[in-house]
Structure formats: structure tokens, C-alpha cells
Design a protein around this ligand. Structure first.
Ligand SMILES: [Zn+2]
Length: 262
């Protein structure tokens, strides 16, 4: 059930038999030249659409959040970050109101790694009030339930996911095997990946704006999921697989006993 399509009487009616709400958290951020800025929102939104086709009566699906915390990627035109603190506040504010209406089990279907810590902070906030929050990082779980789907930011996994949403959103001419990393911070400390430099075989984190260290920003550098491997069949199978997984998880999580204050 989509919250924005219900009226308040239907919400009250749902709360007589259930207390589970689901929120998709995305991001508006660069994913390389071949991908749309809305990648991290479009894919989990599509997964939730497929979940709704399977079991629309189990939970109330809140309107998706298309912004997230993506400080690293600011500087690529169009990337918009909430920052981590504001995102935590926003999530607390939204879930507090859902809590007041009677919701107690919250599932966040997350599309972006930068949102993870703010979501965890909100989970602790809700736990202290007697509610539970589960974070489902779709792109990590997809790789865990089927290693063939494993991938990272802007790589084959996400490219395939967007192809399953709308293939015309992918600019295939911009897909190439490997992006170039640049601007080593010193000759002794070559850039090796997202925020990392190599020092004698160890990977040290020195955060810098990503647009200073890559010519593109898709950053599946060194991962097995080059975007050139992606196709729509991979994407469709993966999003259906994730929808099956989440559809099974919802009733199991909704039955979990609440913490003492609930
Ligand atoms: Zn992404």
C-alpha cells in the first residue's frame, strides 16, 4: 500500500492489524557518464514496485526519499547532498510522526551507502522509543544472495539495475572498461580507489572530493562488475530476486517482538 495513495482512514484501518512502514532512501548523485543521477533512487523504487505486486497488504510504503548523504560526490554537476546530520534529523522527524500514528516496525530499502550511518542513528533513536528499524541495502544483499550480481557504485550491478528500470536511461556510448584515477596525493601515495591511497600494500583513507581523483566517477574500479558486462536480463532477474527476498522478509520482521519501551 502506498501511503500517498491512501487516505487517513485507510491508514487507521491498516494500523488495526499491522504496524510496518517501508521507506526507500535514494540519492541524487553522479554515477559516471553512462548513468542517471537518480540511479540510487530508481532501482530500490522499482524493487518496491515489484514487492507491491507480490504482497501489497503487508506494509505501508512511504513516498521515496530521492536525496541522501553524498558529500564525496559534490562537485559533479547536479549531485545534491543532504549531508549526514540533516538526513539523520529528517529520518528521525518522519519516523517519529509515523511512530506517533502507531507504526513500530520500519524497513528502509536503501540504495546508497552514504545513507547507511544516518539510518543506523535513526534505528537507535527508534529502538530507544520501543520500535525497530531494519536497513536493507539492496546492492549488498543482491551480491550476498547471488555472487554473480555483486558490484559497486556505477558498475555492472547498478547499470543492469537501471536497464531493468528503463534501458533508455543508460548512455551506452559512455560505457568503457576502466575509468582513470588521477591526482596522486604524493608519488609515494598513489590513488587506488574511493578515498583510498596505497602505502606499502595497505589502503589508507584520505577523503577528497571524488571529482578530483577520477575522470568519470563510476568507481567500480578494480571490481568484477565493469558496466560493460551489464544487460537488461541481469537487471530484471536481480530486481525480481530482490523483490522475492524482501517480500519474504517483511512478514518475518513484522513479527519480531518490540524492544521493552514499545
Ligand atoms: Zn549507486
Amino acid at each position: 500500500m502506498y501511503l500517498d495513495k491512501m487516505n487517513y482512514l485507510e491508514v487507521e484501518r491498516y494500523l488495526k492489524s499491522g504496524d510496518t512502514a517501508i521507506l526507500v532512501t535514494g540519492s541524487t548523485e553522479n554515477h559516471g557518464k553512462h548513468m542517471p543521477l537518480g540511479t540510487d533512487t530508481f532501482i530500490p523504487q522499482k524493487i518496491m514496485e515489484l514487492v507491491e505486486n507480490r504482497c501489497s497488504d503487508l506494509a505501508v510504503v512511504m513516498p521515496a526519499l530521492p536525496y541522501g548523504s553524498t558529500e564525496d560526490l559534490k562537485g559533479f554537476a547536479g549531485t545534491l547532498s543532504t549531508g549526514p546530520y540533516f538526513l539523520t534529523e529528517l529520518l528521525n522527524h518522519l519516523f517519529d510522526q509515523m511512530f506517533d500514528y502507531g507504526f513500530r516496525h520500519f524497513i528502509v530499502v536503501n540504495g546508497h551507502g552514504g545513507n547507511s550511518k544516518p539510518i543506523e542513528c535513526t534505528a537507535h533513536h527508534l529502538y530507544d522509543k520501543g520500535a525497530l528499524l531494519a536497513r536493507v541495502d539492496w546492492w549488498l544483499i543482491a551480491g550476498q544472495i547471488n555472487p554473480a550480481w555483486k558490484g559497486g557504485h556505477g558498475g555492472g550491478e547498478e547499470t543492469a539495475g537501471v536497464m531493468a528500470v528503463d534501458e533508455s536511461l543508460i548512455k551506452k556510448d559512455y560505457i568503457y572498461e576502466k575509468e582513470n584515477l588521477k591526482n596522486d596525493i604524493s608519488p609515494m601515495l598513489p590513488t587506488t580507489g574511493w578515498n583510498t591511497v596505497d602505502f606499502e600494500g595497505g589502503q589508507i583513507v584520505i577523503p577528497r572530493p571524488i571529482n578530483k581523483i577520477t575522470d568519470n566517477g563510476w568507481f567500480a574500479y578494480g571490481m568484477p562488475d565493469a558496466p560493460s558486462r551489464a544487460d537488461a536480463d541481469w537487471g530484471k532477474e536481480m530486481l525480481e530476486g530482490m523483490a522475492d527476498y524482501i517480500a519474504k522478509f517483511i512478514p518475518v520482521f513484522s513479527d519480531v517482538e518490540l524492544p521493552p519501551n514499545g
